[in-house]
Design a binder for this molecule. Sequence first.
Ligand code: G1P
Length: 295
Amino acid sequence: MKPVRKAVFPVAGLGTRFLPATKSVPKEMLPLVDRPLIQYAVDEARAAGIEEFIFVTSPGKSALENYFGALPALERTLEEKGKDDILSALRGSKLPEASYSFVRQDEARGLGHAVSLARRLVGDEPFAVILPDDVIRARQPALAQMVTAFEQSRGHMVATEAVPTEKLSSYGVVDIKSQTGRVQSLKGLVEKPSPARAPSRSGIVGRYILEASIFDWLSSLAPGSGGEIQLTDAIAADLGRTGVNGFAFEGERFDCGSVQGFVQATVAFALDRPDLGAELQNFVTARTAPLQKAA
Ligand code: G1P
């Protein structure tokens, strides 16, 4: 059985909800506290044993492409000045040379299309897909939880979590046959259903482990929801042949594709930090006490 060694990061989105910032800064470079969004995704991948990183980018993402390289002169300066904390943060942002690559999506044709472009780089082995907009705060990083479950189950695997009914139409939604622990055996998946047609309240969150057979479907599928090639549709089409499991991960997910989710994640991650948390807690408490009294 081949291990999961590669991860695909679809980062071609325009980030229109974060305009005007995203006029000149890719959405994935916006900082959550002091690390760009993409760093959280890469760290989660590394914690799951990923060794090769494939980014599907689009025009205007050169800041992202520059991010993973080394800055030897700056490292030397920080070393000389004894700025060890900053140096280790800087080093942590590097990826080994030749461990990462970029493929370009020239037109916004959907998540499924973006993933299909990684076919040659992925080859014939299972691989992870991480959507950096979905940031997960968890005791054990979410993808690592999934890799452990995948090694026992095989077949495609999608992360899931309960979603409020009125929001189901923004997600892929799974149809669950049975559940053992966190693993859900699926009998269907639907991309962005109306609440009335949703088969459950379990939405797909942006973590996948896919078998290479997915590429056969991605290259032949007709456009689905929103006129785009949908990853959910390809997984659903392969269900009869390869099998699909949902994985109800342990952890708290923030939708950093929305401004509200991004701000909430910023507060949650800052509160976790030993160097920032206590002071921020006091600030937030002082700020919100009058509001609470008024309510
Ligand atoms: C994508 C997927 C959807 C999934 C969601 C999770 O949608 O197509 O199935 O539920 O990510 O964030 P998007 O948010 O790109 O519209």
